[in-house]
Design a protein around this ligand. Sequence first.
Ligand SMILES: Cc1cc2nc3c(=O)[nH]c(=O)nc-3n(C[C@H](O)[C@H](O)[C@H](O)COP(=O)(O)OP(=O)(O)OC[C@H]3O[C@@H](n4cnc5c(N)ncnc54)[C@H](O)[C@@H]3O)c2cc1C
Length: 438
Amino acid sequence: MMYRNWGRTVSFHPARLVYPQREEEIASYINQAADQKKNLRVVGAGHSWTPLIQTDGVLLSLDRMQGLISLLPTDELVTLWAGTRLHAALSSLWQAGYSLANQGDIDRQSIAGAFSTGTHGTGKAFGILATQVAHYRFIDGKGQIHDIYPDEKPELFRALQVSLGLLGVITQITLRVMPRYYLRLIKKVEPLEAVLEKSEMYAAQHRHFEFFWFPYSPLALVKLTDISETPGRVSFWRRWLIDAVWENGAFWTLNKIAQVFPRRSASLCRFAGRNMTAEERIDRAYRIFASPRWVRFREMEYGVPAAVGPEVLREIRRWIEKHQPAVSFPIEYRYVQGDDIPLSPAQGEDRIFIAVHMYYRMPYERYFREIEAIFQSYEGRPHWGKMHTASSEYLHRVYPHLSKFLQLRDALDPEGVFLTPYLRKVLWGEKVSVSVGS
Ligand SMILES: Cc1cc2nc3c(=O)[nH]c(=O)nc-3n(C[C@H](O)[C@H](O)[C@H](O)COP(=O)(O)OP(=O)(O)OC[C@H]3O[C@@H](n4cnc5c(N)ncnc54)[C@H](O)[C@@H]3O)c2cc1C
């Protein structure tokens, strides 16, 4: 059978696709793969653009290992099977009286899949999503099960927080939660330059701050989100109207026109920029964080040091205005708190994450390549799940703890069960041809 990811950047034929239901089965698949010298990759929801899950060996899905294992209200800890989809976990948690402190833009990923690539939301006081983890249970390349807590094995714990499926199969994750809360989202349209000038202030004054900018438009859509003391609820139909009809339906039409008339991109972007609408809504936290994304696209995102975020965006803007690429998707700008996770793009310092997108049926290569060069000139770090062409040499330079991570990895997976040509190329610089994804 053929497996395809959400972004249509990866398609491949694994020798076997397996859906274990128990940890012992996972251990036995790992041992079999090691004996047969095959590789094994775990897939979450297939929402990464890079070919992290690509294998000609065993593709292991935890779709049958989903749901709540335990909730400890006094400690505000919840343990979930690693295959649980974020949206399912979040609505069950709400019913039980809890929320996550932070989320990303969508909630379709599996918990282990999202956390393993450094998935993040936005907020000066919030790190990548994996900073909310309190415990991992995983099975290494020798089929051994480990329970890892930060105070007992800090180095291994931090390595697991962004591990790309390289250390083993995570089967259970314990998350810190907080009493459920409502968020007030304010969207407003402002000139891009004014937003860049105020970006530090916005990030300091609001729990979550981000903005979207359509290339060629002088305007940006700012999103400021804070806790609301009063509960609120947006009706299903209003959400459907805004999310489905406007954000997805009209946007799909815009992209289709851009696909057929690429030279019209600039005027389409300016039209979209002018028609971005201000809005205010209060709703359950998990509904404010995530939006449906029905228009398929490709994405590249780098985290650059927070101090240079506005400068990097200005440079991207100058390049776009000079070279006039055909693009009809906005650029997204978010703030992430620094951490001490070796493979986190925010390791060591706060970073601004800038994401560029392209409708999946339009050529993206030149647009991504030129903007990637700008990101790299500021020592940006790529999001592991999003498209990039960073060499292993570059990655070792900007991720100073990568070598140590790989040594730890080798000890846990001496047979290299979790390694594939793509990973060998990206992480070790091995000369292999990989024709998909990045
Ligand atoms: C529409 C869209 C919106 C997005 N929005 C955001 C966003 O707001 N912020 C952001 O940072 N990213 C975002 N992403 C990127 C996305 O969050 C990541 O690529 C994420 O890793 C995908 O999760 P997944 O469950 O699909 O995992 P997959 O893509 O299936 O796998 C990702 C990695 O996790 C590993 N993995 C999966 N399960 C396990 C396990 N049980 N044990 C060990 N390793 C495992 C896989 O082997 C692989 O290396 C978005 C992606 C899409 C398509």
